[in-house]
Design a protein around this ligand. Structure first.
Ligand SMILES: *[C@@H]1O[C@H](CO)[C@@H](O)[C@H](O)[C@H]1NC(C)=O
Length: 233
């Protein structure tokens, strides 16, 4: 390849990265504008407190249902699993896996080469996390708030078995659904420890969403039955 061509490629790559960063920045400022506009219509949601990060990351989470996101489109909503590793008190490493177009479809990120990073702004509030790609600056990260769990530190059941489900919202819900409920501009996830969780538990989680003012109708069920899950070598 000639030097000029190489230069041209590099220039195009830089232009592409710039476009991605700009698109992300616009999405975020748009969400901010929406947040200001919609804050009166949407119930205020807070990350859970107290919250035990070590108990939260002690085992893999399976997604029972979720709102699709740019990096988790509907066709990838099979066998979705998240695994977290605490790096330090402000950082977690995130390994998400899934299958595309079916439980036997092509595995997404099974080799774990693509890791997201979670940043905890305030170690006293570890349920409030910002998630993004490792090479991007913090202001481009999206909010990831644990807004409900089945049990809390201090409960006898929590001491016995830790968390068995959690609801994650991509920040404060800002978009009114016109039915008195709202959705976050980011994702919404129902996390369970047991990939074969009962419909009853999922219904309970959806009711919890409603009680927080979040519309569970934005959730798409994730198939977990018949999945084989990857392990890191
Ligand atoms: C998930 O991460 C933990 C470390 O936090 C690790 O011990 C465990 O093996 C991982 N799970 C899988 C399936 O690799």
């Amino acid at each position: 390849m000639t030097r000029r061509l190489r230069g041209h490629h590099a220039q195009r790559a830089v232009a592409r990265l710039g476009a991605v960063a700009l698109a992300l920045a616009l999405t975020r400022s748009h969400a901010f504008v929406l947040g200001v506009e919609a804050s009166e219509e949407c119930a205020r949601v807070e990350p859970v407190d107290p919250f035990d990060l070590d108990a939260y990351v002690e085992a893999e989470w399976y997604v029972a249902a979720q709102k699709p996101t740019s990096y988790q489109p509907t066709r990838d909503l099979f066998c979705v699993r998240a695994n977290y590793t605490v790096v330090d008190e402000r950082t977690i490493s995130i390994w998400n896996t899934a299958n595309r177009d079916g439980v036997d479809g092509s595995p997404r990120n099974a080799d774990g080469r693509f890791k997201l990073r979670g940043l905890i702004e305030d170690p006293n509030m570890p349920s409030k996390i910002a998630v993004g790609m490792r090479f991007l600056p913090r202001f481009l990260y999206g909010p990831y708030w644990v807004v409900a769990t089945d049990v809390s530190p201090g409960d006898a059941e929590f001491d016995e078995r830790g968390y068995s489900w959690a609801i994650i919202s991509g920040g404060q819900p800002t978009i009114s659904r016109g039915n008195g409920l709202c959705e976050p501009s980011g994702g919404l996830w129902l996390f369970v420890r047991d990939p074969e969780v009962s419909e009853e538990v999922v219904s309970k989680m959806k009711e919890k969403c409603e009680s927080l003012g979040i519309d569970p109708d934005v959730l798409i069920p994730v198939t977990q039955e018949g999945c084989s899950f990857p392990t890191l070598p």
